[in-house]
Ligand binder design. Structure first.
Ligand code: NDP
Ligand code: OXD
Length: 309
């Protein structure tokens, strides 16, 4: 009964101790010290090197260390028949809501303009509309998007969201499916992307989508880098159709120093920190799911591999 662990963050002793609190009979092995691959029944990982998970023929479950699972599906040998669970956690949602709220307010109050004015020692007032007449739209109304939508609504913004299936969230207008994307976008002044990265959503933040937004709209992307066509964003900012953007995730991470996004005066960049799953919460979730797998129960927060999220 062994669990293989892989993460770029090396805290092996900590993970051993934390998992032992919940599942004392579990042996933890740290990739690449696999031992006999046939011993491995569970895998807890993020960005596992391709081809590795396919070596474990007796896997009972795979757990993502984060909310996103696109990193698994990039591996052509990923064992799709093994149940896969991801992190859905109130604290993770609350942290993402902090990030989204912070940057919605930045764009709502035109903070990038004041940052520039401060550099130039310019005292000039710009009057933002009241939150009650500002329209914020969220692509993706799942665990993270729905949480952020509710908070933005409490602050007083007019909030709408777009998802695959229609939602019923107090104070949030819900649009669903390809047919309603244009209607959703036409009023959105601040657009937040909290979609998972799938075949359907790759490149969704592109020229066509930007043109459907009203002039002066801004973008916040804590979803995934490949949602965005970077050059289309730069063009839309340079021609004045979009006014500003906040980007947390990038097609290439770390963002290469020569990437023009770094220097754009209307882009605010953070290094994939919008919401990081807390290890103690992940350990508790994984332990709960290991117990369920041992009892033959369905996993909590199981991913639909056909949908890809
Ligand atoms: P969920 O799976 O809970 O929600 C995804 C939402 O997107 C759902 O509402 C779903 O619709 C909608 N959706 C998916 N595909 C489509 C589509 N083709 N068209 C329309 N809507 C679609 O995911 P989470 O909210 O937990 O996480 C979202 C993403 O946030 C993660 O996948 C990850 O990429 C990113 N993330 C980023 C972090 C960061 O620090 N930057 C941290 C954590 C996550 P429906 O509800 O109808 O299925
Ligand atoms: C996640 C992330 O998916 O950190 O949890 O991006």
């Amino acid at each position: 009964m062994a669990l293989i662990f892989h993460s770029s963050i090396k805290r092996d002793d900590w993970w051993k101790a934390e998992m032992a609190k919940h599942v004392p009979d579990l042996e933890m092995r740290f990739h690449p010290e696999i031992g006999n691959p046939d011993d491995i029944e569970f895998a807890l990982c993020f960005n596992m090197p391709h081809g590795e998970l396919a070596k474990f023929k007796n896997l009972k479950a795979i757990f993502s260390l984060g909310a996103g699972v696109d990193h698994f599906f990039k591996d052509p040998t990923f064992p799709k028949h093994v149940p896969l669970a991801r992190v859905v956690d109130d604290e993770l949602s609350a942290r993402m809501t902090e990030y989204v709220t912070q940057h919605v307010l930045n764009h709502h109050r035109d903070q990038l303009t004041y940052d520039q004015q401060q550099k130039e020692k310019v005292w000039k007032v710009h009057h933002p509309p009241a939150a009650s007449s500002r329209k914020v739209g969220i692509l993706g109304l799942g665990a993270l998007g729905a949480h952020a939508a509710k908070t933005l609504n409490l602050i007083g913004f007019q909030v709408s969201g777009w998802s695959r299936s229609k939602k019923s969230i107090d104070g949030v207008t819900s649009y669903a499916g390809e047919d309603q994307l244009g209607t959703f976008l036409k009023d959105v002044e601040i657009l937040v992307c909290l979609l998972p990265l799938t075949e359907q959503t790759t490149g969704i933040l592109n020229k066509d989508l930007f043109e459907k937004l009203p002039k002066g709209a801004s973008l916040i992307n804590p979803g995934r880098g490949p949602h965005l066509v970077e050059q289309d964003l730069i063009n839309a900012l340079n021609n004045g159709h979009l006014s500003a953007a906040t980007l947390d995730v990038f097609t290439q991470e770390p963002l290469p120093t020569e990437n023009p996004l770094w220097e754009h005066p209307r882009i605010l960049i953070t290094p994939h920190v919008a919401s990081i799953a807390a290890p103690n919460r992940v350990a508790a979730l994984v332990a709960q799911n290991i117990k369920r797998a041992r009892e033959g129960k369905a996993l909590l927060n199981q991913v639909d591999v056909e949908k890809g999220y």
